[in-house]
Design a protein around this ligand. Structure first.
Ligand SMILES: C[S@@+](CC[C@H](N)C(=O)[O-])C[C@H]1O[C@@H](n2cnc3c(N)ncnc32)[C@H](O)[C@@H]1O
Length: 198
């Protein structure tokens, strides 16, 4: 068995044992531990939240005084008292209004693990993924508190620097990283953005 396959199986088994809905949960745990992205009492928005691993992790970090609002094209089956989920296509023209009405107020943290259906053609998948990420970035002025944090998945490719440049202009610090639970052969990376300037 290849090392990458073994690692994938390790996280899948661990997620099953520990009751997480996806092994993606471990990516968020690692990044929150390393960068302190989420704290108790925070309001968190999670775009592309299905099946709900990140919702479970964020729910634990924000605790009983915080809230987590998840949005995805797919419905999510989750029952946690501080988590609220909504079915939404982030590309739809009324997406921002819908999110604003659902969240009621600005968030402390915005997460995006958005990923399009993968065609297997690198350039197309990259362009589609960046398009989803830019939709989230465009919403930030309406949804994120000044001083808030953001975590964005992005696929590697020609538009990566475009995304990085936009983020550098609106956050105090921006890091590009790949958590160990992310498959080595996958092109996904994460922008960790600290302290929104606006
Ligand atoms: C990698 S999964 C997210 C996994 C999640 N973070 C977890 O921990 O379980 C990516 C998600 O993006 C969602 N997605 C893709 N395009 C979308 C769109 N236009 N609007 C909303 N969600 C979308 C998919 O339905 C999918 O559930």
């Amino acid at each position: 068995m290849k090392l990458s396959q073994a690692r994938r199986d390790f996280y899948r088994r661990k997620a099953k044992e520990e009751g997480y809905k996806s092994r993606a949960a471990y990516k968020l745990i690692e990044l929150v531990k390393r960068y302190g992205l989420i704290k108790a009492g925070d309001y968190v928005i999670d775009f592309g939240c299905a099946p709900g691993g990140w919702l479970q992790v964020a729910s634990k970090y924000v605790g009983s005084k915080g809230k987590v609002f998840g949005f995805d094209i797919k419905a999510v089956d989750i029952n946690l008292s501080n988590v609220y989920t909504y079915v939404l296509d982030i590309s739809s023209p009324d997406a921002l209004d819908f999110v604003k009405k659902s969240v009621l107020g600005e968030a402390d943290v915005i997460l995006s693990d958005l990923s399009p259906n993968i065609s297997g053609v690198w350039e197309i998948d990259h362009a589609k993924q960046v398009d989803l990420t830019l939709k989230v970035i465009e919403m930030l002025p309406h949804l994120l508190k000044p001083g808030g944090n953001c975590l964005l998945k992005v696929f590697q490719g020609q538009y990566l620097d475009l995304v990085r440049n936009r983020l550098n202009r609106i956050f105090d610090k921006v890091y590009l990283t790949k958590p160990s639970a992310s498959r080595k052969e996958s092109s996904e990376l994460y922008f960790v953005c600290i302290s929104y300037i606006g």
